[in-house]
Design a protein around this ligand. Structure first.
Ligand code: VG1
Ligand code: CO
Length: 546
């Protein structure tokens, strides 16, 4: 029997406003009747006429991925999309999707992921939308989606569909050609163009270089196996937790010290790896570890920029760089040395993309373990790991030696992020509101021995298209240039998460080896006092420090 387009009446939901990186909710919310369908209808309406267009679809493989992909194919087909490219088994990493949208001249990309948030029926689910340039939808589009979502009276879909996501090749779904593709090969080829794979193979194959990549049971497993084990000939088993699982094996697929515990522990063993790395649920974040230290994400992007001559794809062409506002100013110091501009943007990859599109920058990064370049319009975890390996291959140094050499040359921007998770919404918002109202009075005050020089709220004007973004974080800078930043997360799924970012530049030789916590001492306490955190939130300490 042939499929038919049907209209399904349904009441709109009023909470479908995308955050920092798409719409993210508890799986239980996403899987209630009509919830996903109505959101996708709002996306389709905001995108305009999709007739005859190509759309790329993927996901990080978390629980609910397959039904969500089938729903999306049905609805896109009802919207007369002529071609859908979907990752085999419904899998595609965020950076691979960005590359594919660009390579295939697609009109948009849809990705089902909640990134580093846990998956499963009790976990989180999400939808990211990319436009034809491969970049996350900008604010103007996400706001239009939200407005559409509130006015919907139903959605259009097909009455039936049978798509086999495991079978590579083309299938017809109503009038849409659905192609099940393997994004791994295309992605690996793109990486081969940017990095010196012969030098990487020599490094990884050498006896005194033990290498481990932890895919955290998430989407990067197949990519990492293909690149590190098949192409670069790392010993089989170098890539661990390489099979994407619906619940990520019960773990948080977040490559920080709190959740990538096995990797951090392995690095500390006598016979542990010389180089360790991991990525997150959807493959856009990275962590890099040496035998005696984990590279702080703010340092990672600075070190990638400082050593761009080592990577063939970047030598002699880094004309500008950018970082998100809360990210440490380590990158600024490198940009100054290179004589190129360093742009500061609000948190979230979407704010980098006009700078990348216009050719103003080549490299950019965020303190939350994201780095990327103009090869894609998303941050890219495996790309960052390969870039690191390429630098080590050329400079013939360990991770620790490279980081310390960098600190000696540029100073160390010691950095910490403190997260207060799951706060009661009214209290957290009132705290920010109250702090905002007192910024003037805070300037000139002395707290815990720190003299506050300036206190303001960050707002952004995009230098390319003039769009603005207000209320992107409260900044406090001390007389000796240390900094405290406060903002509320835009990716959480219950209550509010308060993020506090603290940073202090250290230059003295013997201080360079101290823990970041010791070097920023005093700033977290001052931050809590200035914002009256215990009173507004009932919390005396952060839940996660990274
Ligand atoms: C967090 C990070 C931000 C990152 C975003 C999406 O946002 O701080 O830097 O771009 O997650 O990353 P927030 O609003 O919670 O601070 V991912 O890997 O979820 O796509
Ligand atoms: Co992610």
């Amino acid at each position: 029997m042939i499929e038919r387009v049907i209209s399904v009446p349904a009441q709109p939901f009023h909470d479908q406003r995308p955050g920092t990186s798409g719409l993210r909710k508890r799986t239980a919310i996403f899987s209630q009747p009509h919830y996903l369908e109505l959101y996708l209808q709002a996306v389709i309406d905001a995108l305009g006429n999709l007739r005859g267009k190509t759309v790329v679809i993927g996901g990080d493989g978390r629980y609910h991925n397959r039904p969500a992909i089938e729903t999306a194919i049905r609805m896109l087909s009802a919207a007369e999309v002529s071609r859908v490219l979907v990752g085999r088994d419904g899998l595609m990493s965020t950076p691979a999707l960005s590359l594919m949208v660009r390579a295939k001249n697609a009109y948009a990309g849809l990705l089902f992921t909640a990134s580093h948030n846990p998956g499963g029926p009790q976990g989180d689910f999400g939808v990211k939308l990319n436009l034809g340039n491969g970049a996350p939808a900008p604010e103007r589009v996400t706001e239009a989606i939200f407005q559409h979502s509130r006015r919907l009276t139903g959605y259009r879909t097909l009455d039936r569909v049978a798509i086999d996501l495991a079978k590579p090749g083309a299938q017809l779904c109503f009038e849409t050609l659905v192609e099940v593709v393997d994004p791994v090969t295309d992605y690996a080829r793109a990486m081969e163009k940017l990095f010196d794979f012969a030098a990487l193979e020599k490094l990884i194959g050498s006896r005194d270089f033990r290498f481990r990549f932890d895919a955290m049971n998430a989407v990067t497993g197949p990519y990492a196996r293909e690149i590190f084990e098949n192409r670069l000939r790392a010993p089989v088993g170098s890539v661990v937790n390489a099979v994407p699982l619906e619940d990520f094996g019960g773990l948080h697929p977040d490559p920080g010290p709190s959740y990538a515990k096995d990797l951090f522990a392995a690095m500390a063993e006598d016979t542990g790896p010389d180089f360790g790395a991991a990525s997150d649920g959807d493959g856009d974040r990275h962590v890099v570890l040496g035998r005696d230290l984990a590279v702080a994400p703010s340092d990672s992007i600075a070190i990638l920029a400082a050593n761009h001559q080592a990577a063939p794809g970047y030598a002699k062409r880094v004309n500008g760089v950018a970082r998100s506002m809360p990210t440490s100013r380590a990158l600024d110091a490198v940009a100054k040395h290179l004589g190129v501009p360093c742009y500061e943007t609000p948190t979230g990859w979407k704010y980098f993309t006009s700078l990348l599109d216009s050719g103003r920058i080549v490299l950019c990064g965020e303190e939350s373990a994201g780095a990327g370049s103009d090869h894609a319009r998303e941050k890219d975890g495996l790309w960052a790991v390969l870039y690191w390996l390429n630098i080590l291959a050329v400079r013939r140094m360990s991770v620790g030696a490279l980081v310390r050499t960098h600190w000696r040359a540029f100073g160390r921007h010691a950095f910490q992020r403190l997260d207060y998770v799951g706060l009661e919404e009214d209290g957290a918002r009132a705290m920010m509101q109250d702090l905002r109202a007192r910024l003037r009075d805070i300037e000139g005050r002395r707290v815990h021995g720190l003299l506050i020089d300036t206190a303001d709220e960050y707002s952004y004007v995009d230098p390319v298209d003039g769009t603005t973004a207000d209320r992107q974080g409260i900044r406090i800078v001390t007389a000796d240039h240390a900094r405290i930043v406060y903002r509320l997360s835009g990716t959480g799924t219950s209550g509010e998460t308060l993020r506090i970012y603290v940073e202090r530049l250290v230059r003295e030789g013997d201080m360079l080896d101290a823990s970041a916590g010791r070097l920023v001492a005093g700033l977290p306490g001052a931050a809590a006092l200035l914002a009256d955190i215990p009173r507004y939130t009932g919390r005396s300490a952060p839940d996660v420090v990274s």
